[in-house]
Design a protein around this ligand. Structure first.
Ligand SMILES: Nc1nc2c(ncn2[C@@H]2O[C@H](COP(=O)(O)OP(=O)(O)OP(=O)(O)O)[C@@H](O)[C@H]2O)c(=O)[nH]1
Ligand SMILES: [Mg+2]
Length: 476
């Protein structure tokens, strides 16, 4: 479905250029041009190894071998494969050119510089995708899916982003939008022709809103709640008193020596974050300084407090805290403090150092009830597989992965859906009353429609669009 947002400031007049592959050295590197002048610039910079049959109209969507040359002196800059795309059959829907060169920063930078010298402007983050959206090839939620797919760390995240890219979410907004429009039309008619107001079937319309708008939106939000960690990954924070082996467990879960481990208490000062895949589920694992407020350690008391602050802050944002206890030593008041700080939120207890003699049993009365506890050894690796499985189960609440093809709303979209739902509920409530205030109903329905528009871009305000694309990388 074509989308034509009315955002004049976003209009794509200039021809843009950017390096579309990541920085550094790579097997290949791509410079992309898009806009009305893309072909002219591309043809000025490209010297094909076999002359083109028509020097103004290159073969389309074919990889042509040749060199990028400096048009001022003809000096070759890189040996490339070059592809020309004609509007609207391109990523951006505009005339575009892609140079695939050797992925060295100097050569790529030179190709980009030459393109800028020919009048292109450096593309802003996400501007190629923004143009695909402005050109009506993709909707706003699909554009966000592009960013999601690029950012995806886990297999599941990538699969869900791909489902959104296929337009799964936007499609599901069609029926609620139609439902809102139908009720809005009835309300408008009653406003324009007050003599018909008595005819307005308020309860019937409220019922229609419930069935066609409210229930589907509730379902979408519920799916997001259940599938959120699959789509966005999760944050797991290690917490515990000094020396229980948080950093050792952090390293053991990552499978490499990322954090410093030492027998002296208070080794870790700052929070360290690393990506970790839990059986395909992307998560961020955070190692922290100790949490307990035990004896300040001499001259470093101030530093300790900073570390604790960072730890507390990370813990407050965690999807799950992994409280580490030392099974080889009796539980201390510091352990109890940590347990108290992690209480009331999702948590898992890892009782570490199971390679040593156990000083206490898991059935220990002082452990919080209802929190699963597992014996592990960061040193020997015992129990780690079970810990990974338990982490995944705790994060997903045992829910299965969303079925193939199902697209989930991201956080921004969910907030807009919630606003739409709240307005639709208000409208339904008003319609249910005798002698409904149709003007108010109409306002609420307008708000519900506008919020839906922010999800797929049909009527999204310019600020929303700019904010979304500013989070992209340059070159996409
Ligand atoms: N025997 C045994 N020792 C362990 C195990 N895990 C950690 N240790 C030891 O416990 C000590 C503390 O380990 P760390 O990983 O630095 O502990 P931490 O909780 O990060 O400590 P701080 O950063 O100081 O808060 C080190 O001497 C580790 O070698 C384990 O599973 N078994
Ligand atoms: Mg540590």
């Amino acid at each position: 479905m074509p989308h034509h947002p009315t955002a004049p400031a976003l209009a794509a007049a200039e021809t843009i250029a950017a390096i579309s592959t990541p920085g550094g050295q790579g097997g290949i590197g791509i410079v992309r041009l898009s806009g009305a002048q893309a072909w002219a610039v591309g043809l000025a910079l490209f010297r094909p190894s076999r002359p083109l049959a028509d020097s103004t109209c290159p073969p389309l969507r074919r990889l042509l071998h040749g060199h990028v040359i400096d048009p001022s002196g003809g000096e070759p800059v890189d040996e490339v494969l070059c592809a020309f795309f004609q509007a609207p059959h391109s990523y951006t829907t505009e005339d575009s050119v892609e140079f695939q060169g050797h992925g060295g920063p100097a050569a790529l930078g030179r190709v980009l510089e030459l393109a800028l010298g020919q009048g292109c402007r450096l593309a802003r983050p996400g501007e190629f995708t923004l143009r695909a959206y402005l050109g009506g090839r993709i909707s706003l939620d699909q554009a966000e899916a592009v960013a999601g797919l690029i950012a995806a760390q886990g297999r599941t995240e990538a699969r869900l982003a791909l489902a959104s890219l296929a337009g799964g979410l936007g499609e599901r907004l069609g029926p609620p939008r139609q439902g809102l429009l139908a009720v809005a039309a009835a309300a408008e008619a009653a406003i324009d022709f007050p003599e018909d107001l008595a005819e307005l079937d308020g309860p019937g319309l409220a019922q229609a809103l419930d069935a066609e708008v409210i229930s589907p939106l509730v379902r979408l939000l519920e799916e997001r709640r259940r599938g959120r960690v699959f789509a966005e990954g999760a944050c797991v924070v290690l917490a515990g008193r000094p020396n229980v082996g948080k950093s050792s467990l952090f390293n053991a879960l990552l499978g490499r020596q990322r954090a410093i481990v030492h027998h002296l208490a208070g080794t870790t000062r700052d929070a360290l974050e690393e990506p970790l895949l839990l059986e395909g589920l992307a998560c961020r694992l955070v190692d922290t300084a100790c949490l307990g407020v035990g004896a300040a350690r001499g001259a470093c008391a101030g530093l300790d407090e900073l570390g604790r602050q960072a730890a507390r802050q990370r813990l407050s944002q965690a999807d799950l805290s992994l409280v580490v206890l030392d099974g080889s030593e009796p539980l201390t008041t510091e352990d109890q403090e940590v347990l108290a700080q992690a209480a009331g939120r999702p948590r898992l207890l890892a009782v570490n150092k199971s390679d040593l003699d156990a000083a206490w049993g898991l059935e220990e009365a002082s452990l919080p009830s209802g929190a699963a506890a597992l014996r592990v050894s960061a040193r020997s690796g015992a129990g780690l597989e079970e810990l990974v499985a338990a982490l995944k189960a705790a994060l997903t609440g045992g829910q299965p992965e969303p079925p193939p093809g199902q697209a989930l709303a991201n956080q921004r979209q969910a907030l807009a859906l919630e606003r739409s739902l709240a307005a639709a509920r208000q409208a339904a409530g008003l319609l249910g009353r005798t002698g409904p205030a149709v003007e108010l109903v109409s306002l609420e329905l307008g708000a519900a429609l506008a919020a839906l528009g922010e999800v797929d871009g049909l009527g999204a305000p310019e600020e929303v669009i700019e904010e979304i694309f500013s989070r992209f990388c340059v070159g996409k």
